[in-house]
Design a protein around this ligand. Sequence first.
Ligand code: NBP
Length: 472
Amino acid sequence: MSKAHFGLIGLGVMGENLVLNAERNGFSSVVYNRTYSKTEAFLSERALGKSIEGAKDLRDFVSKLERPRRILMMVKAGPATDAVIQQISPYLQEGDLLIDGGNSQFADTERRVLELESKSFGYIGMGVSGGSKGALEGPSMMPGGTKSSYKAIEDLLNKMAAQVDDGPCVTYIGPRGSGHFVKTVHNGIEYGIEQILAESYDLMKRVSGMDGEQMADIFSFWNQTEELSSYLVEITEACLRTKDPSDGSDLVEKITDKAGQKGTGLWTVVSALELGASVPTIYASLNGRVMSSMKSQREYAESIISGPSVVDFDLGNPTNGMSPLMDAVVLSTISSYAQGMEILRLASIEYNYELNLPSIAQIWKGGCIIRSSLLTRIQNAFTDNDGLSNLFLDPWFAKQVNDRLPGLTSVVSGAVKSGIPVPCFSSSLDYINSYRTSRLPQNLVQAMRDCFGSHTYERVDMPGSFHTEWIK
Ligand code: NBP
């Protein structure tokens, strides 16, 4: 019997869909799952009649694969991934390739690449985005590791990935943990955009009194504009149109307002702090989720702490897509992307990842959760100027700020007067206002530091390092 091209470990929602995708693209497969009943169920249902066979144990699994073996692990990140590596390693032979497609922390991947490659196995840490539908129909994939290991799966990944005008949504990202690092930052950007869209919904509902259908119409309008056309805007419209079958009301209003954060958002912010990247929009979205989870405290606080009543301020005419509100969403969304790209730029230098920012923007244009038409502009901005230090310095993005800053400002100011929290809108406004200010008040911070700690300071009018006895 001929051996299979490709092996998959982990029949969760992602693993099942990815292996069906590989098989559809002509790669016969073997699957293994810790709990064998799941393998049996998969083989007798979704995999029935396809070139997919199952294995009861790992010895059987590797024996059914052609050499050098190409094995994709889709298991929970962390200890489960280490456990699978440990269990399969005794059966691997020189040149075999393990691919971790889970949401692993990039530092774990750095460690695993060193360990596995020292045993002459290949190891690829690959971020996968697109959820279950993307996994089946074509995800965006971010593989990192040695180039030779990537070459062994390039054909497979090119066929499995989502396809956009300028190619498949997969490319070699860089060495070691770079693939998982880029996926982490992708998720950080995603956190930001989700919170931005949620803030716009909150304002439409609480300030303008709009219902689900009316709000969905605005998202539909936005989705037809170059600046906001995106998967997340598209699904927000769908969420807002969906009714509770029990009474026909807007289902979203029945959902508890608590959002979890699984790790990648946190890792993005921690990495940004370590790298010295300014990411207030992404941080605000993470904090928004943390604050949302403090439900019982918020309920009690509302009963004892009062705030201003909602004032009637202008969010714009719905027939024009509520332009000030759209301005706020556009500039905040650009801020989220700009901050994510800044993390990648600095990580590329610090970790020697040699990241190609235009290529990363290109592979995010299809298949993944943050796909949007803005990514074509982002790709062009970093192609036109490979030394671009911030997206807002690109002429097209600078014009967006010049045109839309008054709208963002009026929305934040109205929300502040109404006592409505808009953490991503207000952080984005501060980010832009700080970035466009050549003289910030940190001169006074420097004076204080020199006063209490003799930290010294630099002067604007002469070179050198200075200290003053501030308190005589
Ligand atoms: P899960 O993250 O729910 O993982 C389920 C799989 O992990 C099952 O096959 C399970 O086996 C296996 N597993 C666990 Br849990 N512990 C194990 C262990 N100690 N040894 C061996 N296998 C173990 O599945 P998923 O949602 O398909 O996600 C898979 C990976 O892809 C994760 O890292 C996830 O973060 C990432 N990811 C998910 C999405 C998404 O939209 N869901 C998107 C992108 C990336 P069992 O059946 O025996 O319990």
